[in-house]
Ligand binder design. Sequence first.
Ligand SMILES: *Cc1c(COP(=O)(O)O)cnc(C)c1O
Length: 442
Amino acid sequence: MTPAPTPGQSRSQELFDRARAVTPGGVNSPVRAFNAVGGTPRFIRSAQGAWLTDVDGNDYVDLICSWGPMLLGHAHPEVVAAVQAAVARGTSYGTPTEGEVALVEEIIGRTPVEKVRLVSSGTEATMSAIRLARGFTGRDVVVKFAGCYHGHLDALLASAGSGLTTFSIPGTPGVPESSTALTLVLPYNDRVAVEAVFAEHGDRIACLITEAAPGNMGVVPPAPGFNQFLADTSRQHGALFISDEVMTGFRVSRSGQWGTDGAVEGWRPDLMTFGKVMGGGLPAAAFGGRADVMASLAPDGPVYQAGTLSGNPIATAAGLTTLQLATPEVYAHLDTVADALRAGVAEAFTTAGLPHVIQSTGSMFSVFFTDEPAVDFAGASRTDAAAYGAFFHAMLDRGVHLPPSAYEAWFVSAAHDERAVQTVLDALPAAAQAAAAAGGVI
Ligand SMILES: *Cc1c(COP(=O)(O)O)cnc(C)c1O
């Protein structure tokens, strides 16, 4: 039964009450629930360009961008037209289509991967890449970094064990110990820890997986040369280096994070994973890499992987159109917008006397309420979450929708124009004061 709304309640509150009665936490992915900042999530009715409109008719500048995918902004007319045309041709066939070939060619044209398999979510991409790495190398152990998120596959929902070179324990109930028993979790940006783990377990390690630039503990960029060091160390020990670009891919640059390090330094990952932007807001993701490794995948090779809706024609149409429209001008615009926002944030927090650090990779950035840069998960965890909660709500009240967690990147789009940027800049001073009043004690 639908609960009767309390008079004067917002439509978002009514919907959230209904949602909580039928769905755990009222949401279909946990971070949407506002648990980290308190309050009621806004139910969105529609979105256009840089703006979200909620069911009560409030407009917000969107700095979530669907957690990354909406590189061009919402309801881009050409993406909408491509999707409408695709829908009219039928929604799924279970046979190959031209759109899949074109999307994969576009990905290969922008990145160092030689062969690509399409899937439907980032989780599926990393899960499949790890299975492939294990199948190709004939080894079992996986190395990852604390604070890097690769989707919700069991093997990677792991917490570090008691010592650096000890195997992990499950990071959540429901993951059996056997699923994380072959996973090693290390502190990010820590070369010594990487060397130690390869020295002890090198001949058992199938792969090392990392976010190309972590964005899931807030943005914690790799130290200069760190990704190259990971690629080299993995190779020396016969392990595969998997660079997870589900978040950074086609966003940080036209070639993702790799475009800013590997392309410049002259190295390539063995396998890469993609998602978010490449689906243009529909469910599409991918993994790809060295042709000899990808040849181990069914039906060419013995490692099984499949998907009923993989390469779905509507999702591929949205993704392909998005990437085709993601021109150098778009990336330049994202950088300009991010620069303006970072400058405004720094000024507002400095004026409010609140200790803060802004960390970026390309146009992706996040704000830590700490007095020193975060180089790993322990550092990121020192941010003042109470200050962020107050800041978040003060911004929301002024028409700016930030990610409802201190540990997330802020995302901008090609549609963030002067009016959107100015709305954010106008909201910042009062929100910074609210944050300083709520926390700021380190
Ligand atoms: C979002 C994300 C994933 C998971 O993608 P889903 O589509 O949510 O399953 C994996 N890796 C990284 C780096 C991500 O940011």
